[in-house]
Design a protein around this ligand. Structure first.
Ligand SMILES: [Zn+2]
Length: 169
């Protein structure tokens, strides 16, 4: 099931119930800043607060009772999504830096005499801006979608296995 986007922004659905709030919470729990305890949707694990209806997947607690902690495997999927996004951003930033380096080497080869100094300036500034541009601007949308696609695939697998494991019959 593919993630849903509206105007470029991801919209959580019952098929792909990624919760930004849960994402933040998992980061805090992994960092040891928060305990893995609360009130979560029994279907998608999104934080419920005092609500009876999940804002992420629309499940109601009378149908699927709330749970008091985040499933370990699901937390692992959220973590893997972040790691995947970070990897793309790093790769893109390094591509930018390498391109700028290649260009400044060409400048050193072809610029005459003292103007080679521009190659050095370009290497420093160009490398920095190319890294920032490639890493932050160019790849962001791609990494965002790739991360959500990965989440969608793994969430479906997790849901399929955890349902058979938990189901009383
Ligand atoms: Zn939910």
């Amino acid at each position: 099931m593919a993630p849903t986007f509206r105007d470029g922004d991801f919209v959580p659905t019952r098929e792909v119930p990624f919760s930004a709030e849960l994402d933040e919470m998992i980061v805090e729990i992994r960092a040891g800043n928060a305990p893995n305890i609360g009130r979560f949707c029994g279907y998608c694990s999104a934080p419920l607060g005092q609500e009876v209806e999940c804002v992420v997947c629309g499940e109601r607690t009378e149908r699927t009772p709330a749970v008091d902690k985040i499933d370990r495997d699901l937390a692992q999927i959220y973590h893997a999504k972040r790691k995947r996004e970070g990897l793309y951003v790093h790769l893109a930033a390094w591509t930018g830096i390498l391109l700028a380096t290649g260009l400044s080497i060409l400048m050193i080869l072809f610029l005459p005499g003292w103007t080679k100094v521009f190659a050095v300036i370009f290497l420093v500034l160009g490398g920095y801006f190319a890294g920032v541009f490639f890493g932050n601007v160019l790849i962001q949308g791609f990494a965002y979608r790739a991360g959500l696609n990965m989440f969608a695939r793994r969430w479906t697998e997790w849901r399929a296995t955890s349902r058979t494991a938990r189901s009383p019959g």
